[in-house]
Write a protein that binds this ligand. Structure first.
Ligand SMILES: Cc1cc2nc3c(=O)[nH]c(=O)nc-3n(C[C@H](O)[C@H](O)[C@H](O)COP(=O)(O)OP(=O)(O)OC[C@H]3O[C@@H](n4cnc5c(N)ncnc54)[C@H](O)[C@@H]3O)c2cc1C
Length: 344
């Protein structure tokens, strides 16, 4: 599977099927179920770590394309996007059409259909803000239906879809605002780069171009020539700590200054995984076995830098970092990608 994942890792699948429409996705999944085989629905392969043993069943590659307007009024358009549509092609089209709401999510690899899975987010936007519903094939019920956004369980890098193979996403509805301007810029680094106050709005094309530039500088835009991008993006989520755990962290980090943090919903605090990793002694470029390494541009990205490593080597590096951070700060990091046939 290495050639189907951005980490360039993963052993063989027993069977590989390509589906180019929603109907074919359902059909291929049903056929595999009929053979009593496990099924892995895979699109861009940019958020999975597939183990060296591969996958003992059918991998259905989602390659459906396109989007269309399904509702509109004076202020908004609702677009229905086929699951396999490359995400950044969609974002580019919305910016070109003057539809505001996805511009800060420019440059994220993968498919539109995978964005609800972990409520994809970056630079102050997340898809939960614009998704109105998701068309799914429910493998348990054996039927096609629609799940409204309120029932998707969207959370920080999560939803009811993550770690569940019950639902196969066939298409996603996004409601976008007709506007030549971005949504209010929430992310301080982006606001600085755009030379606006946090909360200001900028032309859509400026938001997109600046996000792409910032992301490229961090190795967060796929580039076949740049091994720093042979990753799954951020490997660990930012830990969300109860107040007590946060105060313990502050004590243990007292010699390092205040850990960067953001208030969460309720009495929880989200802390920077990149800061924890760096301060635990894992700098950019930190090497693991077989040429895996932390990206030289971003502390959170673990890369198959040599292009020839095994998933076991990547997992070993991830473990070393997770354990090192735990030993130093008492905080457990959790992986952001979906691990298939491997464990950390
Ligand atoms: C360089 C780089 C930068 C990144 N930056 C970001 C970022 O800024 N923010 C962010 O949130 N993510 C980021 N990611 C992670 C990743 O791009 C996103 O999570 C993306 O949405 C994954 O899409 P995909 O099509 O590649 O999914 P895959 O990797 O193919 O699949 C991921 C998971 O979703 C499931 N899945 C995929 N399609 C479907 C479907 N149609 N129905 C049901 N299940 C499905 C798979 O089974 C798997 O469990 C980055 C990755 C890379 C490599």
């Amino acid at each position: 599977m290495a050639r189907y994942t951005t980490l360039r890792l993963g052993g063989a699948a027993r069977r590989l099927e390509t589906a180019t429409s929603a109907e074919q996705i359902v059909q291929k999944v049903q056929e595999a179920q009929g053979r009593d085989e496990p099924v892995l629905v895979l699109a861009g392969g940019s958020n999975v770590v597939i183990g060296d043993q591969g996958f003992p069943g059918t991998v259905v590659l989602v390659r459906s394309r396109g989007f269309r307007v399904v509702a509109e009024d004076a202020d908004t358009v609702t677009v229905r996007v086929e699951a396999g549509e490359p995400w950044d092609d969609l974002v580019a089209a919305t910016v070109a059409n003057g539809w505001s709401g996805l511009e800060c999510l420019s440059g994220i690899p993968g498919s539109a259909g995978a964005t609800p899975i972990q409520n994809v987010g970056a630079y102050g936007q997340e898809v939960a803000e614009t998704i109105t519903g998701v068309q799914v094939y429910d493998r348990t019920a054996g039927s096609v239906g629609r799940i409204a956004a309120a029932d998707c369980g969207f959370a920080y890098r999560g939803s009811i879809f993550k770690y569940s193979d019950r639902w196969v996403v066939l298409s996603v509805d996004f409601r976008l605002t007709r506007s030549p301007h971005s949504t209010p810029v929430r992310y301080a680094e982006l606001a600085r780069a755009l030379d606006v106050e946090v909360g200001g709005r900028v032309p859509l094309a400026d938001a997109r171009a600046t996000v792409l530039r910032l992301r490229a500088g961090k190795g967060m835009v796929l580039d076949a020539a740049d091994p720093d991008t042979w990753s799954v993006g951020s490997f660990f989520t930012n830990p969300v700590l109860e107040r007590e755990a946060y105060e313990l962290l502050r004590e243990r980090a007292a010699d390092l200054g205040e850990p960067p943090s953001w208030p969460g919903a309720g009495d929880v605090v989200k802390v920077s995984a990149a800061w924890l990793i760096d301060k635990a002694g894992f700098a950019k470029g930190h090497p693991g076995p077989e040429g895996v390494a932390i990206s030289t541009k971003h502390t959170l990205a673990l890369t198959n830098h040599s292009g020839t490593a095994t998933a076991a080597a990547l997992v070993a590096l991830a473990r070393e970092i997770r354990d090192g951070v735990h030993d130093r700060f008492g905080v457990t990091l959790h992986p952001e990608p979906v691990l298939i046939n491997c464990v950390i």
